[in-house]
Design a protein around this ligand. Structure first.
Ligand SMILES: [Zn+2]
Length: 315
């Protein structure tokens, strides 16, 4: 009997040890691979650029989803539970869906303020920061400034630099690796920027309307002029009176291009295009908005090709 207890005891210890080993192994076996979870695909692409094969990166939102309104799924919790680093866009972009998931994940590494929580907005140039007190009371989903800042390649560079520094902090042995990856990304981005700027140059000053106010950083970088939005305020669906005003404005300003993010209904933009003789262009605000747009470079390649075609067609 005693022997039996001892045996059971031994087995329990062995089982516990095995369990511990199993639990620990995803970390120890991949000691060199940090698990990075990002709220959006653009952050994932930039993290992948600088993290290389020392990171496993996954985005929660898909590139064809509206990042303001993502439907939370239980699978998101599993991802967050395993994360060593969570990269968010911030400025309340994810406020409608991410904060409860972070809390519920029970992962102390990625809680707000912990070393594995990184708000990328701190590195970037933020446009449209409101003056005075702001609330979301009127439904405006940009109360802290425009959160679509990744659409300026210079901000992409700053985000990548910030992520590289954070990865080095979490995995000091590979700091040099992450820095080299950043330098290489920086170089490739500069080359790409020269090409993009040359392609966009003939269209400097061209006027566009966008459905949602997700384009100011892109417009600033490439010298475009956003004169209005299909939404009366960011996050508020179109109203007939606002649409009529917008049509009048576009006619007065001779604006012919209406950019629409892939997650919005085309009914109102199409009717605006009919009234103004304009053209609706479904541009992509994020990596993964289309199957072939698999990284940060391809995102600009894709959008710039679309825009230059649309501008040529509406000379
Ligand atoms: Zn927005």
């Amino acid at each position: 009997m005693r022997k039996c207890i001892r045996f059971v005891g031994f087995t329990m210890v062995a089982v516990s040890a095995l369990l511990l080993w199993t639990l620990a192994s995803p970390i120890s076996a991949q000691a060199k691979k940090l698990t990075v979870v990002t709220s959006t695909t653009d952050m994932a692409s930039l993290a992948q650029e600088v993290g290389g094969d020392k990171v496993a990166v996954e985005s929660i939102a898909k590139g064809y989803q509206d990042p303001h309104f993502v439907e939370a799924k239980p699978s998101f919790l599993l991802k967050l539970r395993q994360a060593d680093l969570l990269v968010v866009v911030g400025l309340q972009l994810e406020i409608g869906w991410l904060p409860p998931l972070i809390t519920q994940s029970g992962n102390p590494r990625i809680q707000v303020g912990a070393s594995g929580y990184l708000d990328a907005s701190q590195f970037t140039e933020i446009l449209e920061i409101p003056q005075g007190t702001v609330t979301r009371a009127e439904g405006d989903v940009h109360p802290l400034g425009n959160p679509h800042y990744w659409l300026d390649p210079d901000n992409g560079r700053r985000i990548a630099k910030g992520i590289a520094a954070k990865l080095g902090e979490l995995d000091p042995a590979d700091t040099g690796y992450f820095q080299e990856r950043f330098q290489d990304f920086d170089k490739r981005l500069s080359t790409a920027e020269q090409k993009w700027e040359a392609e966009m140059k003939p269209f400097h000053g061209r006027k566009v309307v966008t459905y949602h106010n997700s384009f100011p950083n892109f417009a600033k970088h490439f010298g475009l002029n956003v004169i209005g939005y299909v939404e009366p305020r960011p996050g508020i669906p179109p109203t007939p009176s606002h649409t009529i005003e917008l049509i009048g404005l576009m006619k007065r300003e001779n604006c012919k291009v209406i950019l629409v993010e892939p997650y919005f209904d085309l009914k109102t933009p199409n009717s605006i295009a009919r009234e103004t003789g304009g053209k609706v262009v479904q541009y992509l605000p994020s990596v993964g908005g289309e199957k072939d747009v698999t990284d940060y470079f391809k995102l600009f390649d894709y959008d710039i090709a679309l825009l230059t075609q649309a501008f040529q067609a509406t000379q």
